[in-house]
Design a protein around this ligand. Structure first.
Ligand code: HEC
Length: 286
């Protein structure tokens, strides 16, 4: 009897879940575009040139508003990172890392006087934040806070494809007639949101997407790439999204390598074990 009740309860539960799923799953924004990434799949690795280009886009464009508090300069020289070179055993001794860090002015305290000072960055420093605090960030961005980018590529559904889509040429669109935006708001089809409040048209045809307080940050030739790659908006969007994914998941390449080594080890071990088994049982009838 008890079993029957349980079965019925489970069946009802499944039915209930099915009934509410469509409501939850209804998308209000465009699914992120499909992008091919070099770091996809079990054997994918970061494309170092792409990470260097993405770093340049972050530094010259995004870092004016978005912090990246968790990322240190020396991480850029770690294996898999944009400045990694095997001949520098420690990333803090990597000359690219050192030169890159030195270009930043870091807040510090003079230990003799206690005064606040600025000093050139060192490899151990982290990327400095563009705003002193979140009030300053809000005041400069029409009341919205540009999210920290250290983990953004992992925190958002769609990951790097979501970041790419938002800042690609396909993201920002002229708002459809009937959608009222306040000054400083932009319409982006990939931005999650509910536009019904700002929509004066047919209530059954609320546009997908959402409003975003970030003005379109990218355009063709927003940066000049050192490797000669053409800086189209699409290229910049892909490169910065790949870089931000690396920033959020810098050890991914090493993890995959270890995984592969473990698999090979297990395969060899299985083969050995089988050979031993055959040998030991050779003259025994089973
Ligand atoms: C002028 C300041 C400014 C610049 C420059 C800027 N952003 Fe933003 N960004 C913002 C603000 C403000 C928000 C929050 C918008 C909101 O919540 O409406 C934001 C939000 C975002 C979001 C959506 C985040 C989320 O919460 O889902 C992404 C993705 C993003 N920015 C990527 C970038 C990238 C990539 C760059 C560089 C190419 C960049 N931004 C440059 C101000 C800026």
């Amino acid at each position: 009897m008890l079993r029957k009740v349980t079965v019925w309860a489970a069946a009802l539960g499944v039915l209930g879940a099915l009934a509410v799923t469509p409501v939850i799953a209804a998308t209000t924004h465009e699914e992120p575009a499909k992008v091919h990434w070099s770091f996809e799949g079990p054997f994918g690795t970061f494309d170092q040139q792409q990470l260097q280009r993405g770093l340049k886009v972050y530094r010259e464009v995004c870092s004016a508003c978005h912090s990246m508090n968790l990322v240190s300069f020396q991480a850029l020289g770690d294996p898999g990172g944009p400045f990694f070179e095997a001949k520098y055993k420690k990333s803090s001794e990597n000359p690219y890392v050192k030169a890159f860090a030195k270009d930043f002015q870091i807040d510090d305290v003079d230990t003799d006087t206690g005064d606040k000072i600025k000093r050139p960055g060192t490899p151990a420093d982290h990327f400095p934040a563009p705003f002193a605090n979140e009030y300053a960030a809000k005041a400069s961005n029409g009341g919205a806070i540009p999210p920290d980018m250290s983990l953004l590529a992992k925190a958002r559904e769609g990951g790097p494809a979501y970041i790419y889509s938002i800042v690609s040429a396909e993201g920002y669109k002229a708002p459809p007639a009937g959608l009222t935006l306040t000054p400083g708001q932009h319409y982006n089809i990939y931005m999650p949101g509910d536009l019904s409040g700002a929509w004066t048209g047919d209530p059954n045809k609320v546009p997908i997407g959402g409003v975003i307080a970030m003005p379109p940050p990218l355009a063709d030739n927003k940066v000049t790439y050192d490797d000669g790659t053409k800086a189209t908006q699409d290229q910049e969007a892909k490169d910065v999204a790949a870089f931000l994914y690396w920033a959020a998941e810098p050890k991914q390449d090493q993890r995959k390598q270890i995984g592969l080594a473990v698999m090979i080890y297990l395969l060899v071990f299985t083969g050995l074990l089988y050979a031993v088994y055959r040998k030991v049982w050779k003259n025994e009838s089973h």
